[in-house]
Write a protein that binds this ligand. Structure first.
Ligand SMILES: Nc1nc2c(c(=O)[nH]1)N[C@H]1C(S)=C(S)[C@@H](COP(=O)(O)OP(=O)(O)OC[C@H]3O[C@@H](n4cnc5c(=O)[nH]c(N)nc54)[C@H](O)[C@@H]3O)O[C@H]1N2
Ligand SMILES: Nc1nc2c(c(=O)[nH]1)N[C@H]1C(S)=C(S)[C@@H](COP(=O)(O)OP(=O)(O)OC[C@H]3O[C@@H](n4cnc5c(=O)[nH]c(N)nc54)[C@H](O)[C@@H]3O)O[C@H]1N2
Ligand code: SF4
Ligand SMILES: [Mo]
Length: 752
């Protein structure tokens, strides 16, 4: 069984990984004359049959008539279908003069969320970005997890060394600003999080949720604490300080590997439980009790997500999550938080174990307009609009977007949408003609996710077990469709301005990968002739050739014959449901890549943040309403809204507010309201619910499909409103450049 479609003549069955969210569920795809059906794969060792409504809807995504099938070229308001050659020629015609006359930095690139959900996209967007040679790189990371990367980079020496809650073994889980019952987890890859959370409680573990909303996760928890938006860093500082003040801190096995404990203790001094109580609305006794419970639990894990990262203190909060995990002895221990070891490796599985160059924060480059620092090679997406619409030398004139919809997902998206409309050249690769890609001059279609091979290069690095799974395409490409590896290579060749064919560029990429493995002392391919490594994978093409190199030279790899029992792509292809590589194991100190070879508990950049945080203690005031987001089970950021299986139901794009606020403002249920912020206003429908704390209102993001220039029939029928018309592009978490998307000051009025 190779995982290739099988079955009788009229029906074929194949197995693959869902590419939609971070849970990486195994799917069984059945293709029959009547259509495609998708269900959970009971034999997937990681997901064991679990699937959510979005995964089931993949068949409808495949056959959605509004999904793009052909390259499109826009002149004015008119789109014309084009052949691929013509489309790439047009892209070259538009980009060439910009690069020639204004330099490579005049063309930016934006990579959206699905980029990290497939190996072709992850591998070849890197090739494109390099070929483009621009310093203006943007991605969804700066409206998402970048603070966790910065904090982890400073503490452990690599931004992808994320300590993951060992959810299946922990005795106590403290969740801040995440709703895994709905989101299915993030920086916490674990299919069936609802089941795993229930199992935690069944085995006597305790679940505590900190969230200004009583979410579905809060509803199944032992305790829900309604925090004031934007103050998690203060709460965590209060917990950490209590651990130190009450002599409860005991880092356990991590103790010999820590640097900076005295500096940490001094920096946390201002954050007494009493001091943080006023700002967070979490009583001082509760802060103390949380610290004591975490310290006393047989094992415990603190976990923070979107509600902690997309705030003004995102990096500080992300750091303090790991500080508390460390002080309670839970860093790098089973049941606490652990570092995954994925089959294709991470920066913390290569090089010299236990020591490295660390990370550079802030980065070395600055944006033109606001002089914002780069972070791990990219710029804050909150700065994208101003880099386009601010006149002057060095202005952005061109943009390539890949799998992103910043016109809905980035802060102050009205400004960004207008800026996109003013570009001289915009090239997009996407599945839909949406709020962003409508501004493209050349729009290149992404093939159906069922028609490509799949391997998750990214999420096993954040997973609660080490697993590996490869799936070949379930279906052939439709006539006229191109695999994204080809699309990206051809775009890269276009950006290079000629001279290389896609095959040649791909060969260079593979040779570079082979050279890196050969030079890596941690790789089982260390010291081998790169030519020999390439010869060993010569039977494969494109992303699968690169993948085979990474697997064979990775931590479980066969070392190209050196370890005959090791992993190869052949081994994975012969296990279509995936392979379980075992539970996470402690990895200190080998996982570290800091110059000191220690966990840096008190990096200077974060000590500076504690000073800013201390000022915030008294700056927080009860004034007005604060807007927070919410994710919905049947939605995925700004897309999947065009699929019948997902439309309607729980996707209600309403402005939720507490009954007390509704009464005070004279707003009744279902009434139209106006919501206003510094940057914009929108009209919404009120939903009055005591799941919100007083003073907090909530809108989901990713909606607002009202633009007649887009193509999504069903989505346009239930458009909702775009919450990012209200979020502000100016306030950013300083160390990570991440936008503040939660805790936005707003005014809500009954609509006139
Ligand atoms: N207010 C607010 N804003 C937020 C958030 C929030 O919580 N609140 N969350 C933020 C977060 S966490 C994220 S990740 C971002 C997401 O922001 P983005 O990544 O900018 O947007 P998505 O909505 O994920 O859009 C994904 C796009 O990829 C396209 N697509 C899907 N599959 C493929 C494919 O295989 N290939 C290609 N080429 N295209 C494909 C879809 O059609 C869609 O246009 O939004 C952020 N914005
Ligand atoms: N169904 C579905 N699943 C998804 C997605 C989706 O759009 N739909 N998107 C995917 C993506 S890209 C991501 S990044 C993940 C995100 O995964 P999660 O982070 O789990 O998802 P959210 O629902 O955004 O949860 C954020 C929570 O933070 C709360 N919050 C807001 N402000 C604060 C605050 O200041 N402090 C605290 N403590 N809480 C606060 C919100 O009320 C909300 O409940 O989900 C992924 N999964
Ligand atoms: S939980 Fe995520 S990975 Fe699993 S089926 Fe749903 S969308 Fe796909
Ligand atoms: Mo995200």
């Amino acid at each position: 069984m190779t995982g290739l479609p099988s079955g009788n003549a009229s029906e074929s069955v194949s197995y693959r990984t869902c590419p939609l969210c971070e849970a990486t569920c195994g799917l069984t795809v059945t293709t029959a004359p009547g259509g495609i059906s998708v269900r959970g794969d009971e034999r997937d060792p990681f997901s064991k049959g679990y699937v959510c409504p979005k995964g089931v809807a993949l068949g409808q995504l495949h056959s959605d008539p509004d999904r793009l099938r052909t390259p499109l070229i826009r002149r004015g308001a008119t789109w014309t279908e084009a052949g691929w050659d013509e489309a790439f020629a047009e892209a070259g015609r538009l980009l060439g003069p910009l690069i020639r006359d204004h330099g490579r930095d005049s063309v930016a690139v934006y990579l959206g969320n699905p980029t990290v959900h497939n190996h072709a996209a992850s591998l070849y967007t890197r090739v494109l970005v390099q070929a483009l040679g621009t310093g203006y790189r943007f991605s969804a990371s700066t409206v998402d997890q970048m603070p966790k990367q910065v904090a982890s980079g400073l503490m452990y020496g690599s931004d992808l060394s994320i300590a993951i809650p060992d959810i299946d073994r922990t005795g106590y889980l403290l969740v801040l600003g995440a709703n895994p019952m709905v989101s299915n987890g993030s920086l916490l890859t674990a299919p069936d999080l609802p089941g795993r959370l229930r199992a935690l409680r069944r085995r006597g573990g305790r679940l505590v949720v900190v969230d200004p909303r009583r979410t579905r996760t809060a509803e199944i928890a032992d305790e829900h604490l309604a925090i004031r938006p934007g103050t998690d860093a203060l709460l965590l500082a209060g917990i950490a300080r209590t651990l130190l003040a009450e002599d409860l801190a005991d880092p356990g096995g991590a103790a010999p590997h820590l640097n900076g404990l005295p500096e940490l203790r001094a920096a946390l001094e201002p954050f007494t439980p009493e001091a943080v109580a006023a700002a967070t609305r979490i009583p001082a006794d509760t802060v103390r009790r949380l610290a004591r419970e975490l310290a006393a639990a047989p094992s415990a894990a603190v976990y923070g997500r979107i509600g902690t990262t997309t705030t003004a203190f995102g990096t500080a909060a992300s750091w303090l999550v790991d500080v508390v995990n460390t002080l309670t002895g839970n860093l790098d221990r089973p049941g606490g938080v652990l570092f995954p070891e994925p089959a294709t490796g991470l920066p913390n599985t290569s090089g010299e174990p236990g020591r490295g160059r660390g990370v550079r924060v802030p980065g070395s480059r600055r944006t033109r307009v606001r002089q914002l620092a780069s972070v791990f090679g990219e710029f804050p997406v909150g700065a994208l609009a101003e880099e386009i619409d601010t006149p002057g030398q060095g202005r952005l004139r061109g943009l390539i977007t890949f799998a992103g919809n910043p016109a809905l997902s980035a802060p102050n998206s009205a400004r960004l949408g207008a800026a996109l409309g003013s570009l001289d050249a915009m090239i997009s690769v996407d599945a839909y003609l949406n709020e962003t890609t409508r501004h493209a001059h050349v729009l290149l279609p992404a093939a159906s996710p069922l028609a490509r091979s799949h391997y998750d290069l990214v999420f096993p690095g954040f997973a609660v077990r080490n697993t590996a799974k490869y799936s070949p395409p379930s279906l052939p490409l439709a006539p006229g469709e191109l695999d994204e590896s080809e699309v990206l290579l051809r775009l890269a060749c276009t950006a290079l301005g000629g001279g290389l064919t896609p095959d040649e560029l791909d060969d260079l990429t593979a040779a570079d990968t082979a050279r890196r493995l050969s030079a890596d002392p941690s790789s089982p391919a260390h010291g081998r002739d790169p030519v020999e490594l390439l010869a060993a994978v010569s039977g494969r093409r494109r992303q699968d050739r690169l993948l085979d190199l990474l697997l064979r030279g990775g931590p479980y790899g066969d070392g190209f014959g050196a370890k005959p029992d090791g992993l190869t792509l052949d081994t994975l292809a012969a296990a279509p449901h995936g392979l379980d590589l075992g539970p996470l194991r402690p990895r200190l100190p080998g996982v570290l890549r800091t110059p000191s070879g220690k966990v840096e508990l008190a990096p200077p950049q974060l000590l500076d943040e504690t000073r800013r945080l201390a000022e915030h203690l008294t700056a927080v005031q009860d004034s007005g309403l604060l807007l927070v987001g919410r994710r919905q089970l049947r939605s995925n950021n700004s897309w999947l809204h065009n699929l019948p299986l997902l439309a309607g139901g729980s996707n209600r794009c309403t402005l939720q507010l507490h009954p007390e606020d509704a009464t005070r403002l004279g707003i009744g249920p279902g009434q139209p309201v106006t919501v206003r912020s510094r940057v914009g206003e929108l009209a919404a429908t009120a939903e009055i619910t005591d799941t919100l704390s007083p003073g907090v209102v909530s809108l989901p993001h990713g909606w607002g499909h009202t633009d007649p220039a887009t193509r999504g029939t069903l989505a346009a029928g239930a458009p909702g409103v775009n919450s990012n018309l209200l979020t502000d592009e100016l306030p950013l978490d300083p160390l990570s450049g991440t936008a503040v998307l939660n805790g936005i000051p707003v005014e809500v009025l009954p609509a006139a």
